[in-house]
Design a protein around this ligand. Structure first.
Ligand SMILES: [Zn+2]
Length: 333
């Protein structure tokens, strides 16, 4: 039985096809013209921990490949196709419209490109796609890019519809006071845009409490809830779903057996399984489920993660009904 049918936490820039990225890097002059594929591959994987400040630069590299409308469009279409090929019925793909403005695209145009690529994929393929636009942590304070983050909310409001479905807060989690972002999420609530936040991924479990206080509808990662019983209880009380990305965490500071995901399941936290970044985490949704199988997680628990994903997805009720019907059909095959 294939239990991996959904993705709720997947970054476009970290999930490119690597050969496509190499060719694009040559075409756009991002790497020297005599660079080989092996050189480029080495640049992508030059250290192990991609959440260090140094390795955040890798995201600058892949973002540099996504500065034109057609490249964002093509990359989104291609990612949707690869997910469809893996048997997924639904994926929420994250972009950050403020990361694609180096060659003259506005945030609105960047988000349009991603939306259009996703909508073309949905015309051609059965997979359904939701786009989540990311607010970014940058610098030491939320003030560092407050203007860009406010624009991210505005363009998301403008394009919100069947395809553009929500907001996220992404970046290097540990470098500022989380609650500084509260005014931004007040604005999102005012506009009725659902949002998730990276929290409790990189060390500070109390960010989960901050995310709950700021009204998050889901938690990106949330695995550091196991640092303190109060964090677990807060997640249970709020009934929030966690977008767990096991291989992504394992690349940083854990091994599979020691990962908190099984404890989270045992405690009754609503868990979903996700890839985060298919390049940098060297994984995909099928591998995530297989890794947990090897740790003794049952088929029923894995399938529950997929049901949790559909329940917590930011898509509209009509799409959810379609997804539940498709899932039932697949289970009968
Ligand atoms: Zn992420």
């Amino acid at each position: 039985m294939q239990t991996a049918r959904t993705e709720l936490h997947l970054h476009l820039d970290g999930s490119l096809n690597i050969m496509w990225a190499y060719k694009k890097a040559l075409q756009r002059g991002v790497i020297a013209p005599d660079s080989t594929f092996e050189d480029f591959y080495g640049l992508l994987f030059s250290n192990n921990g991609y959440h260090s400040a140094q390795s955040i630069k890798k995201f600058d590299l892949v973002c540099d490949l996504l500065q034109y409308y057609e490249d964002l469009y093509d990359a989104t279409y291609d990612l949707a196709r690869r997910l469809n090929d893996r048997g997924l019925i639904y994926a929420e793909i994250r972009c950050a419209s403020q990361q694609h403005n180096k060659k003259g695209l506005s945030q609105l145009e960047a988000l349009q490109a991603v939306r259009d690529g996703a909508e073309k994929a949905m015309q051609d393929l059965p997979i359904r796609i939701g786009i989540i636009n990311c607010l970014m942590h940058k610098g030491d304070s939320a003030q560092f890019n407050m203007k860009e983050n406010l624009e991210t909310i505005e363009v998301t409001r403008q394009l919100r519809g069947k395809t553009v479905v929500g907001l996220d807060l992404a970046g290097f989690e540990n470098n500022c006071d989380y609650l500084e972002y509260a005014p931004l999420f007040e604005k999102a609530r005012e506009y009725g845009i659902p949002y998730t936040m990276h929290a409790g991924e990189m060390g500070i479990g109390s960010h989960i409490l901050d995310a709950i206080a700021m009204g998050a509808h889901r938690i990106g990662h949330g695995v550091n809830c196991v640092q303190d019983e109060r964090y677990i209880q807060a997640l249970l009380d709020a009934g929030l779903t966690c977008e767990v990305c096991v291989s992504s965490n394992v690349k940083v500071d854990r091994n599979y057996a020691g990962h908190p995901v099984r404890k989270m399941m045992e405690r009754g936290i609503k868990v979903t399984l996700n890839s985060d970044n298919m390049i940098f985490s060297r994984t995909d949704c099928l591998n995530e489920h297989n890794q947990l199988r090897m740790l003794g997680v049952s088929e029923e628990q894995l399938m529950q993660c997929t049901y949790n994903s559909i329940d917590a997805a930011f898509c509209d009720a009509e799409t959810k009904a379609y997804l539940r019907k498709r899932l039932e059909e697949l289970l009968c095959q």
